[in-house]
Design a protein around this ligand. Structure first.
Ligand code: SF4
Length: 110
């Protein structure tokens, strides 16, 4: 019988602290919110703005070719609106509509 206490499945650089034995008896990734920060850092993760994470995933998806990310035609992908590391729904910054709204707000306060 296989020794399931040793988790050797997955990328070898990922330490066992990120893995667990799932309910079905197979090894799987742990819930990241339950992993100690020191273990996440040891695995090479760091606090990163989520839009940068999404952009990195898109770059990976396109084999590192930035122009492919820019021209991505997969408009039904959940990441598609965020692939340029901007949130088009944000009221804070990044789109013309939000700047227009900001101008209106500032004018109304004068
Ligand atoms: S939006 Fe395009 S580039 Fe980004 S993950 Fe989806 S398919 Fe890949």
């Amino acid at each position: 019988m296989a020794d399931t206490t040793k988790l050797e499945i997955g990328a070898p650089e990922k330490p066992d602290a990120l893995m667990e034995i799932c309910d079905d008896g197979h090894p799987g990734g742990r819930n990241p919110s339950k992993v100690a920060l020191k273990d996440l850092k040891a695995a090479g993760f760091s606090k990163t703005p989520i839009l940068r994470v999404l952009r990195a995933k898109c770059i990976d998806c396109c084999g590192g070719i930035l122009s492919e990310v820019r021209a991505c035609p997969i408009t039904n992908c959940e990441l598609w609106p965020y692939r340029m590391a901007k949130n088009p729904f944000s009221n804070k910054k990044g789109n013309a509509a939000s700047f227009g709204n900001l101008k209106k707000t500032l004018r109304s306060q004068q």
